[in-house]
Design a protein around this ligand. Structure first.
Ligand code: SF4
Length: 372
């Protein structure tokens, strides 16, 4: 039996990230590659420095490409089926950093079609509505319309469709069935859908009329899509997309992944302060059953979602290291640690919510079709 399962749709069990790399065939990020990044960017983002983004395909090649003065772009996506939680924002924060450091344009696909195909109860208008609502969280990161190109699939298909058609011709039923686990009862929308997700990887090349590879920062479970994209790129005359893979965001409840069916497992950007506090104070921890034991033996930050969020949202290395030490030594108890996290997250969310509301009504300015 397998002790863990990872697909684009589910994560179960305790994940062995090394085994996962072997399974997918991606490479661990090396210090040499991080040093090259540092040379170009002037710094290394904490999410990379702390090993949260830990693996890749051709990240070294795209840095080399950059060094030769050639154009590249960023690509990521979001399945809009509900509110955004702060875990969703983590790769987007890195995306914004890359965009700023390297002056890159961002192609951001909102897959309202896929969410509609995938969820029997989802209405199409509803999924598209979520795309607009979720776009507020992306714009709130501080993008300007010349750098962010939102693609709402059901609205902005025009530039994508000719590419998707070429992609679809290269993908057989056998291939997508094996890659995504489709069955005879899978609707044909879902079966076609990978061609659309892959098409965005080739879009910047079409728009610029010259080879423009993309870098895709995402969680490692998205690898199957982009492995396919890489397999067919050559045959279609496009450069292969590069990827940068993260580990998974821990659920506050201690489960292996956050789930929409359990809203307490994640902090949503629209949660009010009271809700955020309740979720953090009720979170699973790596602490001991009693304060006395904790003082004596210390806690385990490695399995603790509270520590995980300190690591993700505190830009100060020394502060994160101090939390780790104070946890392990028993100098700090979980209650205090949680309060400190609550303060950090509240500060982040307060600014975020203001910028988010400012973006309301302005989403169309960021949509790609407006500019075509
Ligand atoms: Fe987690 Fe903080 Fe408790 Fe350590 S002290 S187990 S990091 S909540």
């Amino acid at each position: 039996g397998e002790d863990f399962v990872v697909t684009p749709w589910e994560v179960r069990g305790r994940v062995d990230y090394d085994k996962l790399l072997q399974h997918f065939g991606a490479r661990r990020l090396t210090q040499a590659e991080v040093s090259i990044l540092e040379r170009y960017a002037g710094e290394v983002h904490p999410l990379i420095r702390r090993g949260f983004f830990y693996a890749h395909r051709d990240f070294d090649a795209i840095l080399k490409w950059h060094g030769e003065g050639k154009p590249w772009a960023l690509y990521t996506g979001r399945g809009p089926s509900g509110p955004v939680h702060i875990g969703h924002m983590v790769p987007w924060i890195l995306l914004k950093w890359f965009s700023d450091k390297f002056g890159l344009e961002v192609y951001f696909q909102m897959t309202d079609d896929e969410k509609f195909y995938d969820d029997p109860d989802m209405k199409l208008d509803e999924a598209t509505g979520w795309a607009y609502e979720n776009a507020l969280d992306i714009i709130a990161l501080g993008f300007t319309p010349d750098k962010l190109h939102l693609i709402v699939d059901t609205k902005d298909i025009k530039p994508l469709y000719p590419i998707a058609v070429r992609v679809a011709k290269k993908l057989t039923w056998n291939t997508v069935k094996a890659t995504f686990g489709f069955t005879d009862s899978t609707n044909i929308g879902l079966i076609f859908y990978p061609s659309l997700q892959i098409a965005v990887a080739f879009l910047p090349t079409e728009l610029r009329g010259q080879p423009t590879p993309v870098l895709i920062p995402c969680a490692i479970d998205q690898d199957p899509y982009f492995r396919l994209a890489r397999d067919i790129a050559d045959g279609l005359g496009y450069p292969k997309p590069a990827t940068l893979y993260s580990k998974f965001i821990m659920a506050l409840t201690g489960e292996s992944k956050m789930s929409a069916s359990n809203p307490d497992s994640a902090i949503y950007t629209i949660d009010d302060e009271k809700t955020v506090k309740r979720k953090i104070m009720n979170a699973f921890t790596g602490g001991r059953p009693t304060a006395e034991e904790q003082r004596k033996y210390g806690g385990d930050p490695d399995i603790c979602p509270v520590f995980h969020y300190h690591m993700l949202f505190d830009p100060d290395d020394a502060s994160v290291e101090k939390i780790r030490q104070d946890c392990k030594s028993g100098a700090m108890l979980c209650g205090e640690c949680k309060l400190r996290l609550y303060e950090k997250i509240t500060r982040f969310l307060k600014d975020h919510r203001e910028r988010r509301e400012k973006a309301r009504g302005r989403v169309d300015e960021y949509r790609i079709s407006v500019k075509l």
